[in-house]
Write a protein that binds this ligand. Sequence first.
Ligand code: FES
Ligand SMILES: [Fe+2]
Length: 446
Amino acid sequence: MLPHEMSRLETYALDLLRTRRKHWSLPQPFYTEEAFFEIDMKHVFGRQWIFVALSCEVPNPGDWITVEVGRDSIIILRDNDRQIRAFHNSCRHRGSRICLEHQGKAKRLVCPYHQWTYDLTGELIRTRYMEGDFDRSEFGLKPVHCENLSGYIFLCLADEAPAFDKFRADLEPFIKRQDIENAKVAYTQVLHEKANWKLVMENNRECYHCASNHPELLRTLAEFDDPTDPRVDPKYVDLMRRKNEEWDAQGVPHGPTDPNIRYRAVRLPFIDGHQSMTLDGTLACRKLMADFTDYDLGSVRMLSLPNNWNHLLSDHMMAFRVMPISAQETIVTTKWLVHKDAVEGVDYDVEKLTAVWKATNDQDKELAEWNQLGINNSRYEPGPYSAVIEMGVRDLIQWYTDELEVSLCDTLGLPPPAVSTAPTERAVYTPPPGRAPAAAPAAPAE
Ligand code: FES
Ligand SMILES: [Fe+2]
């Protein structure tokens, strides 16, 4: 899109944001239009820290992978000092893509076109036939801001990245404990969903839909993640208290993290004495992750907007990555990790490991796609998010609209708007007179 067209679109998007109803779903173009996909890629995925990969995907120096973020292909590699780095996958000669596959191993990166050669720090080290005054030091690969949060790799494509320190400090205790450097990816699932990325995330941020759609998930997962919810079964409150004491004694973090609307982590026990997110609730992997000796660690539910949620257990973990590829298409990648020394067929069985979330992902894909189809209808209009059960969606969309407004104002030279930081307060559900309280789950997110 040319700059003058983008500028008109940005003004229109800002108008729509400012006239929308707070805590209601978004106006149609945000979910349906390619022009608004461009807005999201520039102002959200182009400015924020986004989750892209796990450090154990590049375990050794020279290992590299590529990830696509909108039209950008990014190389993520481990250099000879074991540092993880990220570069634009575009040669500084005439721009060719350098790494053509999704993963590989190399001592140096060699462009396939005219063989300009870069070392693992991105420096240009070899060229042929360039005249005498050509200065290689001016033609290193363009770096991308890259943070390794105890094995979670986050990138920021902006010139200047937002602060990372508080995010790191809050989430590091949970992630560090999982020892991702000594883990391996046991299975990867890539789902191509015909739905806008915000619908995929909205669906994840509530469990309003769980009871009628996720029988496998609800065999082990408690349907809420707020221990203060008045409707939580007193037996479960008791279990949480007991488990928190045990986890404190073992130095296993349980949170929750300080309230904010961009990220959170909380460790919660499974229901009915289950140990893992499997169909029968028994362990999926006999060899536990990290140096865990206690298999009964529940799961850490961890969220980082705009594009990642996770479950971290004693025996395995799952990291989910959401990448928009067009206004109505999103790639959802799920990675299941186990200890690097766990042996397939001996310690774990991939079918058992992946059964619950494969089923859940398929169900969620269908729900998001139905949501998209309905929103494409000419009579779609925004509807309200419940303050009893969809607080996570309220927070997601609040964060999205706030950040988008900040970025649009910045680009258009307007004063910055105020933004929200506190999560939505749960409303208490009062049934209409004469009707018994609903047995509905008090479930903000899965
Ligand atoms: S474009 Fe890479 S060497 Fe020419
Ligand atoms: Fe779901």
